[in-house]
Every structure is written in structure tokens, then in C-alpha cells.
Design a protein around this ligand. Structure first.
Ligand code: MTE
Ligand code: MO
Length: 355
């Protein structure tokens, strides 16, 4: 009876807000490398958009030689590319910043991973060309609404510098895990920008506009900016690449265990290169041990790691995990605090009690 399907308990999304829908992945209960669409985190600024996908067309205009409108059929007919990659919200782990910062109070699950498939943006731009003065490409989403800082309506729009837009791994995606892209994740077309925090991966693309200057829309020039100071905007920088990071999935924070041998496991990821090392500490960071990487370390994807822990001594322990990537980036001991709470990547830390 105990193992009958009726009694199988499955994890759910963790609800942060209902409208717009913001829910996180139960990341501690993901033990594979592919997150099912049902458990993929959802992050929206506005209501879901309403549009008719049967007449869907994608215009590319602005500073191009030949403005062009692509049909979905055309886009599906171009050579496709599938990439396993982490999408991580730049607000992931925001609730851990001290002092606390305003914004969605994400725990550790504003991230997921799966297989994204679509056409390189680069191939579409071959048909339009780019003028010499082209600087950035703006991606406008179908969704829109008012922001709390103005009563004007805005679409969710963001831009990419031409160089990143031409990276063959930057794709216009129409499939997730070998199925049509789910509506909530941007059907029929979403941008996927590997290695960058997920705000760059604009869902429900309405049109693309090539511009000859820096885009200043509020989701680029107000939000998704690191502001190091509380009082002023000095030294602000744009949020782009995913920081090297790791999360301990098991045991759980504040779990009580009996003495015994345990497998500590988790994930590590980065937007720059690949993960090279994950280390673990059982003594608040005094001594570190190298973990075994369970899956192969690929660009854009998370790597799973484990460490066998002989917990024979009773007491309270602080377990920490620290990842390093091939660019030599290492998770810092303390988070890099910023006013809007982006890019949290301090060494991951949990407490357990052995009794
Ligand atoms: N059109 C549109 N694209 C968007 C957003 C949005 O609100 N509207 N949110 C962005 C942010 S901040 C994140 S973290 C990811 C979330 O993607 P998901 O909902 O598919 O997980 O989408 C990005 N793209
Ligand atoms: Mo996000």
C-alpha cells in the first residue's frame, strides 16, 4: 500500500505571488538534470499576455538593411540547436541578503534547468543584415502593464548588445524538453540567452528592433541594475552574467539526523565557463573537502556533486558549499549586497543537528 501510486508524494511549486504568477521550483527535491515543465519556476512582471498565435509573425526592424517579418513556419524550417541550460532569476536567493532588500523574496528555487531548442538569432539576422551603426537589439514581449514607479504602461522589453545577440548560442526558442514551448514560458517564441540571468530571456516576443544606441527601458535601466549604495546610484552596473554559485540540496537546512554515514549533495553552476571544483565544509568554513562531480561539467548547465559524510559525532554542524569556475571565479564568503538584491552567490550554508 505504501508504495502504490496513490500514495506517491510529489513536490510542488512554491508560491510567492499569484497575480502576476511568481512561483519557485522545489529545488531541493530535483534529483535529475532536467526539470519537468510543471516544476519549472515562473517569474512574471505582468498578467499573462493575450494574443492569437495562429497569426503569429515576428518582425525585425530598425537599423537593418532589409526589415523582415518571419512566420513561425519559416523559423521552424531553419537549422535548430538544443542546449541544456540553467535559467536563473537574478533575484534568486534574494531573501538571504542582510540587510533584507525589497523585491520578490525568492528562496533558492528561482532557477531551473532543461533542454531549450530553437534557432540561433544569428541565422535570422543574416536575412535582415545589420547597419554599421547598429548597437543593440531590443526584444519586446507581448505582456505589458503599469509599473509601481510610473502610471505609464510598459511592455516587458530588454535589449542585448549586438555581440551577445550574434553569439550562436543565443536562440529564439520554441521547444522545451522536446515539447512545444509551454505558454507560461513564452510560447510561441522566447529568447534564450545562455550564461546571463534570466531577465534577458524575454518571453512571448512581439518584435525585435535594432537600435543605434543604448536601450533605456525600465527593465534595463531601472531594474536589473546593481546599485551598490543605499543612498545614491553611484557605481551602478547592469546585471548580465550568472555568478558562480552552488546549492546544497540534501540534507535540508535545520534537519535533524542520527549518527551515520550520509551523502551530501547539491548543484553548482556559473555563467562564465564551466564549474571546475566544488568544496564542502562541515566546520563553518575552517576546513574544506573536495566533492565528487557526479555529472559532467558543461557550459551553461549545472553540475551535480556529492560528498560522503561520516557523521559519527553528535552536535550541531554548519555545512557550506563553495564552487569555482574555469574563469577562476569563486563564491564569496559574504554576499555582494546591492540595493535591489540581484546576483546573490555567497557560499551556500545550512545547519544540521546530529543526535
Ligand atoms: N515577456 C516577459 N519575459 C520575461 C519576463 C516577463 O515578465 N515578461 N520575466 C523575466 C524574468 S525576470 C525571468 S527570471 C524569466 C522567468 O522565466 P520563466 O517564467 O520561464 O521561468 O523570464 C524573463 N522574461
Ligand atoms: Mo528574474
Amino acid at each position: 500500500m505504501e508504495n502504490s501510486p496513490r500514495n506517491t508524494v510529489r513536490p510542488y511549486l512554491i508560491t510567492k505571488k499569484l497575480v502576476p504568477e511568481n512561483q519557485e521550483t522545489p529545488i531541493h527535491f530535483q534529483n535529475g538534470d532536467i526539470v519537468n515543465e510543471k516544476l519549472f519556476f515562473r517569474r512574471n512582471h505582468f498578467h499573462y499576455p493575450k494574443f492569437t498565435s495562429s497569426f503569429y509573425l515576428l518582425p525585425i526592424e530598425g537599423f537593418v538593411y532589409t526589415p523582415k517579418v518571419f512566420s513561425l513556419q519559416e523559423i521552424y524550417s531553419f537549422p535548430a540547436k538544443a542546449i541544456r541550460l540553467v535559467l536563473e532569476c537574478s533575484g534568486n536567493k534574494r531573501e538571504l541578503f542582510e540587510p533584507n532588500v525589497f523585491g520578490e523574496q525568492w528562496g533558492k528555487g528561482a532557477m531551473s534547468q532543461g533542454i531549450w531548442k530553437g534557432v540561433s538569432l544569428r541565422s535570422l539576422l543574416q536575412y535582415t543584415g545589420l547597419l554599421d551603426t547598429a548597437k543593440e537589439i531590443v526584444f519586446e514581449g507581448y505582456d505589458y502593464g503599469a509599473r509601481s514607479d510610473s502610471n505609464q504602461f510598459h511592455h516587458f522589453s530588454r535589449s542585448l548588445p549586438i555581440e551577445k545577440a550574434l553569439d550562436p548560442d543565443t536562440i529564439l526558442d520554441y521547444e522545451y524538453n522536446h515539447h512545444p514551448l509551454p505558454f507560461k514560458h513564452g510560447f510561441p517564441l522566447r529568447l534564450i540567452v545562455p550564461g546571463w540571468y534570466a531577465m534577458a530571456s524575454v518571453k512571448w516576443i512581439k518584435k525585435m528592433i535594432v537600435i543605434d544606441q543604448e536601450f533605456k527601458g525600465p527593465f534595463q535601466a531601472v531594474d536589473y541594475v546593481y546599485y551598490p549604495n543605499t543612498e545614491n546610484d553611484h557605481q551602478k552596473t547592469l546585471v548580465t552574467s550568472i555568478h558562480v554559485n552552488s546549492t546544497i540540496q540534501s540534507p535540508l537546512n535545520m534537519q535533524t539526523l542520527n549518527t551515520g554515514v550520509y551523502e551530501i549533495n547539491g548543484i553548482a553552476w556559473t555563467g562564465t565557463g564551466q564549474i571546475t571544483t566544488v568544496e564542502i565544509s562541515m566546520d563553518e568554513g575552517l576546513t574544506w573537502h573536495t566533492c565528487e562531480l557526479v555529472s559532467s561539467s558543461e557550459k551553461y548547465a549545472w553540475v551535480r556533486w556529492k560528498y560522503i559524510w561520516d557523521a559519527h559525532k553528535k552536535g550541531e554542524y554548519t555545512i557550506k558549499s563553495k564552487a569555482t569556475d574555469s574563469f577562476g571565479n569563486i563564491q564569496p564568503l559574504d554576499p555582494i549586497w546591492n540595493r535591489k538584491g540581484y546576483g546573490y552567490n555567497a557560499i551556500d550554508s545550512i545547519k544540521v543537528k546530529i543526535e
